[in-house]
Design a binder for this molecule. Structure first.
Ligand code: SF4
Length: 666
């Protein structure tokens, strides 16, 4: 679309906001839109901290929509992606008209694979999906066959495949079992690319990418963005500007995306893909070829087992780099077996008789297995060349993996991202200096804090339980639980208690269930959505939860008067990636790494309290370090501007007053 000038932004924003129910002019939103428009025009990077209630999505979408440039918007959560695609962008389009186009682009495995559909349709449901034990492709890693329920789901997916124009899994009327969906889709690793796929011309994922290539605004999630940056821009169309919403989450996503991971499960998946491709050609193959193929697959399965054992013998934690000779030998063995499997697969992929006899399916299975093996060889190359610029570690519970990430993500992002285009970072809890930490040059970044329209000063109280003992004290946990009980009683339930430890959460719930007069909902006793729904509909209930609930919980209204945080959420000292970064930074690592992370997470947790203009309550931090530590103001500055106290009586009085108001209107 035609670019408009910066002066068009404010009137357009005002018109769009006036279309909203209860839409009102917000000065922070206007300031943000103005700054975003300026950044896009000048090409300077911009980091905007926009507190809850700012309406930050319109604050960047309107100037982006009017810029005449192609803008990619990357979000950390699906909820925000859905909000942009189904509410904000249609609203803007309603005002600007069809000159503005937008598209949502997802990772490949979110779309039906036209080639897989063709294979199922050719071989029949029974042939492709109704297999029994030992057929890894249709039965998944646990080896269980498709049961009746999955069979019924598979039939529904197949019927929908004939109707859908997008193939986007989100458009299905039900959420299919992962194993069912996997039977109709392929991962990015498995897809050989449209030009090597006979169904490439009717590929849903390719069609989505083409739509994105024609759109002015493209909404993606951060993992797809990270994969695109790691693959030198092979996944997203060319674009001019990147908006990173929920930007506080990008550092971790980028570390994962720019790294690699290898597990026994991945090797078994390759073996399964190989078995699937090779077994279908058995009728044609001569006995020598048949036994060679079977042996290559078995050797791959054996390599997966050996790799699992190797990782188990090392245990979780950091792995020295460069890797030791035993690990190098293990990598070498895997590489030999991958190459042996590839030889057999190549024979089939090139086998013209497969095309003549069975259609393209056999050869394509081999091509897909070769795509997977090629990506595993890339990972093996990285593992074999590890140096001091990377950190490697073993992680996982039942299934271990060997993971590698660059220690200095900023160096990579500077080159592949910040030096190439204008980047706008925003979040309600954007840490100061994040853009530079991610790789932007300090002299090319503007920072802005537009605050929040909510009246934190009068509506919210930050209470620090300064009298509680240090957590290393033997009575610390007992005192913490007693304190929590007192606060819950004062609030009349209506409490979200956020813990940094599952074990402490369990013990607190157990101790308080017989003490407080209000129901306690506990993480793990139901899915997140169901728990939040139960919490939202029963105002007097309490919800006890850990990390998964520190972000993305949005419960406005009288259901929530009290957010309790059991301790300052510093990252674990043994986190492999962070410990490698600490080693590199040295003495200032605490302030450079741990403190900003704790501040961001603390602000995320505290941000659960005030979600609307009428919301009131207390954020209680049961960690005395917030009242006494030398670094406390760096944490406090990251929080919304609440009144502060360390007087429990004052916090309880505030809660009791709110409780009386709520109970009078219940
Ligand atoms: S290119 Fe082929 S294999 Fe890849 S997703 Fe599309 S249809 Fe499937």
């Amino acid at each position: 679309m035609m670019a408009r000038t910066k002066s068009d932004v404010a009137p357009m924003l005002a018109k769009i906001v006036s279309d909203l129910p209860n839409g009102e002019d917000r000065s922070g939103q206007g300031a943000m839109a103005d700054a975003v428009a300026r950044a896009i025009t000048t090409g300077r990077h911009l980091a905007v901290r926009a507190g809850t209630g700012t309406g930050k999505s319109l604050g960047y979408l309107v100037p982006a929509a009017l810029s005449g440039k192609r803008v990619v918007i990357a979000t950390a959560t699906k909820a925000l992606q859905d909000q942009l695609a189904s509410k904000d962008l249609p609203l803007i389009q309603g005002r600007i008209g069809s000159r503005l186009s937008f598209a949502v682009l997802k990772g490949r495995s979110n779309y039906l694979c036209a080639q897989r559909i063709k294979e199922v349709a050719t071989a029949g449901m029974q042939g492709e999906l109704g297999r029994g034990e030992g057929d890894e492709e249709s039965v998944g890693e646990d080896g269980a066959p498709f049961d009746q329920r999955r069979g019924a789901q598979a039939r529904l997916v197949l019927a929908w495949a004939g109707e859908t124009s997008t193939g986007d899994c989100a458009e299905l009327s039900f959420e299919p079992d992962a194993r069912v969906w996997n039977a109709f889709s392929v991962s990015a690793e498995e897809c050989p690319g449209a030009y090597r796929c006979p169904s490439g011309g009717v590929c849903f994922a390719e069609a989505a990418r083409e739509r994105a290539g024609r759109a002015d605004l493209i909404v993606v999630n951060m993992h797809l963005l990270g994969a695109d940056l790691a693959s030198e821009g092979s996944l997203l169309p060319e674009y001019d500007v990147l908006v990173l919403d929920e930007a506080h989450a990008f550092e971790d996503v980028a570390s994962v995306s720019l790294g690699v991971s290898l597990s026994g499960g991945k090797l078994r998946s390759l073996a399964a893909a190989g078995r699937q491709a090779l077994s279908t050609s058995r009728a044609r193959a001569n006995s020598a070829a048949r036994s060679s193929a079977a042996e290559a697959v078995d050797a791959m399965v054996e390599a997966a087992r050996l790799f699992d054992e190797h990782l188990s013998s090392r245990g979780q934690g950091r792995v020295p780099t460069p890797i030791d000779t035993d690990s190098a030998a293990m990598i070498d063995l895997i590489r030999q077996r991958v190459e042996h499997l590839e030889e057999n697969l190549r024979n089939l992929a090139d086998d013209r008789s497969a095309v003549v006899l069975d259609g393209p399916s056999d050869a394509q299975r081999a091509v897909r297995a070769l795509a997977m093996s090629g990506r595993i060889r890339d990972v093996l190359d990285v593992l074999a060349r590890l140096d001091d610029d990377s950190v490697a570690w073993i992680q996982g519970r039942d299934r271990l993996s060997l993971d590698v990430a660059p220690i200095d993500v900023a160096a990579v992002l500077s080159e592949v991202l910040f030096e190439r285009r204008c980047v706008i970072l925003t979040s309600a809890t954007l840490p100061v200096g994040l853009a530079v930490r991610l790789g932007a040059s300090p002299e090319n970044v503007d920072e802005l804090d537009v605050g929040s329209p909510f009246d934190y000063e009068h509506h919210a109280l930050l209470y620090c339980a300064a009298h509680l003992p240090d957590r290393r004290h033997p009575d610390a946990e007992k005192a913490l639980i007693e304190e929590l009980g007192v606060l819950i009683e004062a609030a009349g339930g209506r409490t979200l208690a956020l813990f940094t430890s599952l074990a402490v959460m369990d013990r607190a719930a157990q101790a308080l269930r017989d003490v407080v007069s209000y129901p306690i909902l506990l993480q793990g006793q139901g899915g997140k959505t169901a728990l939040l729904e139960a919490f939202g509909t029963e105002p007097k209930s309490c919800l006890f939860a850990t990390m998964g609930f520190w972000q993305g919980v949005d419960v406005p209204g009288p259901t929530l008067s009290l957010v309790v945080i059991d301790r300052i959420p510093f990252p674990r000292p043994d986190d492999p990636l962070l410990s490698a970064r600490r080693d590199r930074i040295g003495a200032s690592a605490f302030r450079a790494i741990d403190l900003p992370r704790a501040a961001t997470l603390l602000a995320q947790g505290a941000g659960r309290l005030v979600r609307g203009p009428e919301d009131k309550g207390v954020v209680a931090v049961l960690d005395s370090r917030l009242a006494s530590a030398s670094y406390r103001f760096e944490l406090i500055r990251a929080l919304p501007p609440m009144r502060r106290t360390d007087d429990r009586a004052e916090a309880c009085a505030f809660l009791e007053e709110l409780r009386a108001t709520h109970e009078a209107s219940d």
